[in-house]
Design a protein around this ligand. Structure first.
Ligand code: BDR
Ligand code: CA
Length: 311
């Protein structure tokens, strides 16, 4: 069983990453969920994480509020994609489950320092502010982390918030820079791979047909969420970014990519947050990341369906 921490800014696709992990409790032990400002401000990302844990009946999972803004830049949010609440689509009751009193960064440092070397896998699916703050606070946590499997960046697919940058790396490029320089084994799920698996309409409907509360709410979330990308890219369906991180942990054979050296743009306004991937080894620098580009889309959507069907 793998011990993981999900660092997130829910977001409907973040919600699906959490629900996917909760669907495989024998394979993944979710030690906690740490929230960060991103898709919507922190007060809403924490509220949304509580809502999703309650939906899954996982009120035993501790949820922590973390950074309410990026390390150096002003917060940029994505209500255009995720709606005003970040979790638009279904009607939600306000959560009754309580947030933990500790700050997410304090809890991350404490939990990691108490762990064995390489014991815990971090799964960030939002801006990397909390993770970078924890590394700055206590560099010793690096040894405790088995790997960081993150959703962020884009190279061949370009950007989605600017022509050059993907949302998570654009919102906190300085944090991403710290993570990419940390020496911790990294696996990146960039737009290059998430755009390879577009949600089939029939798949979204099949989730609703489960007839459960999770099924009905998820269908409503995904129907709302995908309208933005379908309008923008004119494709059959929208990409579902964040669950790629959890799917990789459950079934790494679904993915393929390459070990590459990646650097983050932190100075040019034009290309701020761009993930510059040395795909052809031009710099001759040691790879710092496995950059995924291909996915078995049917396998990916099948896995999510399986997770939702058992909850
Ligand atoms: C990423 O940005 C957010 O809007 C999504 O939740 C995902 O983490 C995709 O660029
Ligand atoms: Ca996210």
């Amino acid at each position: 069983m793998r011990k993981i921490i999900i660092d997130t800014d829910p977001g409907q696709d973040d919600a699906l990453a959490m629900l996917l992990a909760f669907g495989f409790p024998k394979e993944l032990e979710v030690l906690g969920v740490t929230c960060v400002a991103g898709n919507v401000p922190l007060a809403l990302t924490t509220r949304n994480a509580l809502v999703i844990c309650e939906l899954a009946g996982r009120t035993d999972v501790p949820i922590f509020a973390g950074a309410d803004r990026p390390l150096e830049r002003d917060l940029v949010t994505a209500e255009e994609v995720h709606g005003k609440t970040g979790l638009d689509g279904p009607d939600w009751d306000e959560p009754t489950m309580a947030l933990q009193p500790d700050h997410a960064v304090d809890w991350l440092v404490e939990t990691l320092m108490a762990a064995d070397d390489g014991e815990i896998t971090l799964c960030p699916v939002g801006p990397l502010t909390n993770i970078a703050m924890a590394l700055l606070r206590e560099p010793g946590i690096a040894a405790k982390i088995a790997e960081i499997v993150l959703m962020g960046g884009g190279y061949f697919a370009g950007g989605n918030i600017t022509p050059a940058a993907e949302f998570n790396s654009y919102v906190d490029p300085h944090a991403a820079d710290i993570v990419y320089r940390s020496g911790i084994p990294l696996v990146a799920m960039p737009l290059d791979v998430t755009h390879e698996a577009l949600m089939p309409k029939a798949w979204i409907s099949s989730i609703g047909e489960l007839g459960t509360e999770i099924g009905t709410k998820t269908e409503a979330m995904l129907s709302f969420y995908e309208r933005f990308d379908v309008e923008r890219y004119g494709d059959e369906g929208g990409p579902l970014h964040d669950p790629a991180v959890v799917a990789y942990l459950l079934k790494p054979e679904l993915y393929s990519g390459k070990n590459v050296y990646v650097e983050i743009e932190t100075s040019s306004e034009l290309t701020m947050g761009a993930t510059v991937v040395d795909w052809w080894g031009a710099t001759r620098k040691e790879p710092n990341c496995t950059w995924m580009t291909k996915v078995d889309a049917d396998g990916f959507f099948g896995l999510i369906y399986e997770a939702l069907a058992v909850q």
